[in-house]
Design a protein. Structure first.
Length: 340
């Protein structure tokens, strides 16, 4: 399924090629000066549950949790988790088709540790809501790459357990080492000891290593787990602190040195819980409230209260690859549940 939002047409060759990729005729829009945002049905991605420390992860595989933008390769297109088609750099598609051919690939657009905002800035084209997506190369040697970490099954197929998908990933990694593509790499996996206590101890050690170098956390995968298009118990995330996405619904003016600027943002979680976040903003962030209203943000917090309110929330960044409509649909469902 395909949805095309025509906002502003630039008429450049890259966008013309993107339109042809999904079967549209660029000539239809010539002279109308509109931007074309293309959105397909969101890909069936596998989502992680949080590691609570009680799960038996002996013999599971682990990798670093990347702080980037989730991306999915299928049918000759790279899309976000929300289904926005990403206008990729020249050469990326040929690299993917040459190496992965018809294989789907799940991964992350990633620049470096502690560089989420820079990654976002490199990939997002800031336009009117809803946002467009364009992967723009920053002027630095450490540019964004598509880091592949899993291989989803073909449509209608049951797929393979992760241990077999990992074998395929390793084969692709060998090809990548030979070809040396500019925009593509494969994440590195390691195996935990089979004994549960040793496995948990190793996770704690690896978490210390990753977080001490500004990494976000660790992902753990069951060797027998299939690729499931849902939040799965076969995929766990290990993090020192929690992160949540929230919709900004209002703002409050600050006081003192923040007089006339943003003091805090009023937000709503997927659960419908409301809270405020007032820390983590730069001086530039606080200038324009319109930049945040009806946008999705990420906050980092130290757990939640018994009412589900994030404790000590800190603003991390805008998630322009997320749609505010997701929160509206969920909130409506919550309201229906609460009605007598």
């Amino acid at each position: 399924d395909l949805t095309v939002s025509v906002l502003y047409w630039r008429g450049d060759l890259t966008m013309q090629m993107l339109l042809r990729t999904v079967g549209l005729t660029p000539a239809t829009f010539v002279g109308q000066r509109r931007l074309v945002q293309i959105k397909v049905t969101p890909p069936p991605v596998m989502l992680a549950k949080s590691f609570k420390g009680t799960e038996d992860v002996g013999g599971w595989y682990y990798s670093e949790k990347l702080d980037g933008i989730r991306a999915f390769w299928a049918n000759g297109m790279l899309t976000t988790r929300n289904g926005l088609v990403i206008d990729v750099p020249k050469g990326f598609k040929s690299e993917m088709k040459r190496i992965f051919k018809n294989q789907k690939a799940d991964g992350e657009l990633f620049a470096d540790r502690n560089q989420f905002q820079q990654t976002m800035g490199a990939v997002m084209r800031h336009t009117d809501q809803p946002p467009g997506m364009r992967w723009v190369l920053p002027q630095s040697k450490k540019h964004v790459k598509f880091v592949v970490f899993d291989l989803p099954p073909k449509d209608g197929m049951r797929g393979l357990p992760f241990v077999d998908r990992l074998k395929l990933l390793n084969e692709y990694e060998e090809v990548i080492r030979e070809v040396k593509p500019e925009f593509l790499t494969v994440i590195k996996y390691y195996r935990l000891p089979k004994e549960q206590k040793k496995a948990v101890d190793m996770l704690a050690i690896e978490m210390d290593k990753v977080t001490s170098q500004n990494g976000e956390g660790i992902m753990v995968r069951s060797p027998d787990g299939l690729y499931e298009p849902k939040r799965s118990s076969h995929l766990l995330k290990v993090k020192d602190v929690e992160e949540s996405e929230a919709l900004v619904i209002d703002w409050e003016e600050g006081t003192g040195k923040h007089h006339g600027l943003i003091g805090s943002l009023r937000c709503r979680l997927h659960s419908g819980v409301h809270f405020e976040v007032g820390s983590g903003f730069s001086d530039d962030d606080r200038v324009d409230p319109k930049a945040f209203l009806n946008k999705v943000i990420t906050v980092r917090h130290q757990g939640s209260t018994t009412l589900g309110v994030p404790r000590f929330p800190i603003f991390i960044g805008l998630r322009l690859d997320r749609s505010p409509s997701e929160f509206k649909r969920i909130s409506e469902a919550v309201q229906c549940m609460l009605q007598p």
